[in-house]
Design a binder for this molecule. Structure first.
Ligand SMILES: [Ca+2]
Ligand SMILES: [Ca+2]
Ligand SMILES: [Ca+2]
Length: 339
């Protein structure tokens, strides 16, 4: 009898167990020596970090942003002196954490610094925030060409009343960007060409580089914050928070470990689809999938109104469904059965 009750309790516990929390990755910068280390942690105990290799940026530069493409590749942005073309999009080596510049961000203005990185699941672009070093009335969102690191297109956001200094950017599943503005301690979103401040000022004074990242499975926006505790001494504490995407209010989740480190972004590890060409989800790639592929191929650009299926046929995540994706589709079609 006892064992039957025990078995029932175990079964209930298993049924109610939460889904395994996604890993959050961040560049962790030592404030004393500037060394950036790639770290991974979970929201239930963010101070317990697994450390990986160092992310060595060019002299006078540092890793300011981190993000995944849905295929599990990890990318970073590097920030440096205004206008430096050693800033921009970098690949992160999954084995060593070493970073390599994809290519120069041709089109970056001479007064701009690249402060953070995000993935836009609608346009299928890695997008960085570019801001003027001492704050300005405009911010640019830079859509990188994933193949060569150049700026494929950009959106200029205007803040008519107050200067802004965005140090964090992330994109929601609907394509809307959220920015963390260090000058006003506020979260803003993009609206056509403008910056719209959300209602609540965040609950503390934020200092130095920080980051935003979206969990596209749950919609949660994670914020690796640095709360100033003594402005004269430059002292503060790194903490993990959640941002309310409607009000901009923050909720403290836990300590990231005191005054020593800055965490410049939060990248949520995605669940990778290992058979992306199977649009119909029947575990094989056949003519029905080709019909869907052909529709997306006709629409070409991810994010255009005629694009269907969330641009799922952009298998190489470069913002378009074209011949390069067809090559990948044809390989899967030949194999037929999903791995
Ligand atoms: Ca980010
Ligand atoms: Ca299929
Ligand atoms: Ca593509």
């Amino acid at each position: 009898m006892k064992s039957a009750v025990f078995a029932l309790v175990v079964a209930c516990a298993a049924a109610n167990a939460p889904a395994i929390a996604q890993s959050i990755w961040s560049p962790r910068i030592n404030r004393t020596n500037g060394v950036a280390t790639l770290v991974r942690f979970h929201a239930d105990l963010p101070s317990a970090q697994s450390t990986y290799g160092n992310m060595i940026a060019p002299a006078n530069h540092f890793v300011s942003g981190l993000e995944y493409t849905p295929d599990g590749r990890m990318w970073a942005t590097v920030q440096g002196p205004a206008g430096s073309l050693q800033q921009g999009l970098y690949r992160v080596d999954p084995g060593t954490s070493a970073i390599t510049q994809v290519g120069q961000p041709i089109g970056l203005a001479t007064n701009e610094q690249i402060t953070d990185l995000s993935w836009n699941p609608v346009t299928h672009r890695l997008t960085g925030s570019a801001t003027v070093a001492n704050g300005a009335f405009t911010t640019r969102l830079l859509n990188f060409n994933i193949a060569d690191g150049s700026i494929a297109s950009a959106q200029t956001l205007t803040s008519p009343n107050v200067k802004v200094l965005p140090v964090g950017v992330t994109c929601r599943a609907n394509g809307e960007y959220l920015l963390l503005d260090l000058f006003n301690n506020m979260v803003a979103r993009n609206d056509d060409a403008g910056i719209v401040f959300l209602g609540d000022v965040i609950s503390f004074t934020a200092g130095y580089n920080q980051g935003f990242g979206t969990d596209f499975t749950t919609g949660t926006v994670w914020y690796t914050s640095f709360r100033i505790t003594n402005a004269l001494q430059g002292a503060g504490v790194a903490e993990l928070r959640i941002i309310d995407t409607t009000t901009g209010a923050d909720t403290l989740v836990g300590s990231l470990g005191g005054n020593t480190f800055l965490f410049t972004d939060a990248a949520v590890e995605p669940d990778v689809n290992h058979c992306p060409a199977d649009v119909t989800s029947d575990s094989q790639v056949d003519d029905a999938d080709f019909v869907s592929f052909a529709s997306q191929y006709d629409a070409l650009e991810c994010g255009t109104p005629s694009m269907t299926g969330g641009c799922s046929a952009d298998f190489n995540f470069d913002g378009a469904v074209d011949d390069a994706d067809f090559v990948l589709f044809a390989i899967a079609y030949d194999v037929l059965v999903c791995p």
